[in-house]
Design a protein around this ligand. Sequence first.
Ligand code: SAH
Ligand code: MG
Length: 220
Amino acid sequence: MSITDEKIVNLLDSFYSSPSENLAQLRAVCEQDGVPLILRETESYLNTFLKITKPTNILEIGTAYGYSACYFATICEGAHVTTIERSPHMYEHAVPNVKSMGFEDKIDINFGDANEILEHLVDDNSPESRFDFIFIDAAKSHYREFFDRAERLAKPGATIICDNMLIHGYLTGSTVDPGRRHRTSVKRMKEFLEYLKGRKDLTISLLSCGDGLAIIKLDD
Ligand code: SAH
Ligand code: MG
């Protein structure tokens, strides 16, 4: 369900074009299988963002079929992508997808819970191996934990982008969650937003792009 007017989404999507035939095919497979990959609108935003900021060491939390990881590897030539996925089903799809696009040397897929994997990344982390772009796109009730860990792994001046901040409009009650499936996510996301509001040391934009994006720039 879209958080904005359907006609506006259609207009925005008409500006979208896939950067490669492989990615177009993978998007189609994800959509067919009901995988919650980044929306076209989000991808369009990231396209400009990534070309302006040119990150070289990218961390992603939430791989799914590997679409966004392959997207980052395509747009940011020469960058390395570390991505984390805890679902065996998703992981088993992501591995061959990354391989078939020839990105096995550019993308490391870590299988396991992000909160655990991120602790190990902290241990191994030297200043040079810190990340300059971090994309949080996993379980919505855990964004605060992901964010805290991500911040510790980030280079000074890095950007952290969180997807699905507005949770299909359930966050504001603009749309009603029929099964109240997202009740915990909504509660925790509101807490996370309050937390971000209090972080005056960060530069934050909350955008109604896609399913809602938080663009968080750390101090240089
Ligand atoms: N970024 C992907 C979509 C990710 S969908 C893309 O745009 O192509 C969210 C994924 O996060 C799901 O596959 C889910 O299994 C995974 N996930 C949720 N919580 C997680 C956690 N705690 N650790 C690792 N992966 C998690
Ligand atoms: Mg998402």
